[in-house]
Design a protein around this ligand. Structure first.
Ligand SMILES: [Zn+2]
Length: 290
């Protein structure tokens, strides 16, 4: 089957060739009902056989964070190519792990996996927006304001702290899943918490964060970004929640899989992506979307 998606080659990792496909909306990633009906009768062992490499990414020893499944690329550094980049291979592995760990049906597990990566990415996007508030943005002209706090914060705070317990942005990005989805039942909450408990420092703290400690974490992150006028970071993020998932562009990434392997994944978990015609590129201006 020939891929009809419009591809965009991005040289993010030099040693890897990544092919990125612009996805018009989240609905394209959802499992259509006829496909769902067809797949629903398949046992879990069928999925595991088709994705026999999936255990590598989610197991007792190793558990990927949501940034590995879907990476948010900020507009400060990526211009119009900013957005959420979903790695098809890792998404499939997450889906299998949800099916193995919970009693969720395929349709519910698939939707839940999308909610997880949407919300985690959304938090990073909101932090970026907050860091720029009060400064004059030139995004529409293809560049961001020199006054934005974001580049300094990323370079001097986030990057050196990443992978340590002081990487508050990752702790809060994990916690944000619960803020963005208060309707989740105990099973979903439990699944995410046990995942966090096996993630690296910074991410893992979200498994133990007491609700009454949340504000203090927000204040710490806000201070490390730089004060932004009348609203606190916590207040501002609450105002943006629930997050409308159409606020940033979405890409599906093939990270160096043979095309046939990539298509195999798409046929099972993102079948609509194989069917639509290339679309004219959507131009996003994040500053007009709030
Ligand atoms: Zn993250």
């Amino acid at each position: 089957m020939e891929l009809l998606l419009k591809s965009l080659k991005i040289g993010v990792k030099e040693e890897k060739s990544e092919e990125c496909y612009a996805i018009p909306d989240w609905e394209t990633l959802e499992l259509p009902k006829p496909v769902l009906r067809r797949l629903r009768v398949k046992p879990l062992s069928w999925f595991k056989k088709n994705f026999n490499w999936a255990d590598k990414y989610f197991n007792e020893q190793r558990c990927e964070n949501f940034d590995m499944v879907a990476t948010y690329r900020p507009y400060h550094f990526n211009g119009t190519e900013f957005g959420l980049y979903i790695y098809a291979r890792f998404f499939a592995a997450l889906l299998i792990n949800i099916l193995e760990t919970t009693g969720l049906s395929l349709g519910k597990a698939h939707a839940f996996a999308l909610e997880c990566v949407q919300s985690h990415g959304a938090f990073h996007y909101l932090v970026e927006r907050y860091a720029e508030r009060g400064t004059r943005s030139c995004f529409a002209l293809g560049r961001t304001s020199a006054l934005s706090h974001y580049p300094r914060y990323k370079k001097e705070v986030y990057a050196p702290m990443w992978g340590t317990q002081d990487c508050i942005e990752e702790t809060l990005a994990n916690v944000y899943l619960f803020q963005n989805h208060p309707e989740w039942d105990e099973e979903k909450r439990r699944y995410v918490l046990q995942l966090y408990a096996r993630q690296r420092d910074g991410y893992g703290q979200a498994a133990e964060l007491e609700p009454n400690a949340l504000s203090a974490y927000y204040t710490r992150l806000e201070k490390s970004i730089g004060g932004q006028g009348t609203q606190t970071l916590e207040q501002w993020i609450r105002l943006q929640t629930p997050f409308r998932a159409d606020r940033f562009p979405i890409y599906l990434v093939n990270d160096d899989l043979e095309n046939s392997k990539f298509e195999e994944i798409l046929e099972i978990i993102f079948p609509s992506c194989l069917e639509f015609e290339p679309q004219s590129e959507k131009k996003f201006n994040p500053l007009k979307l709030t």
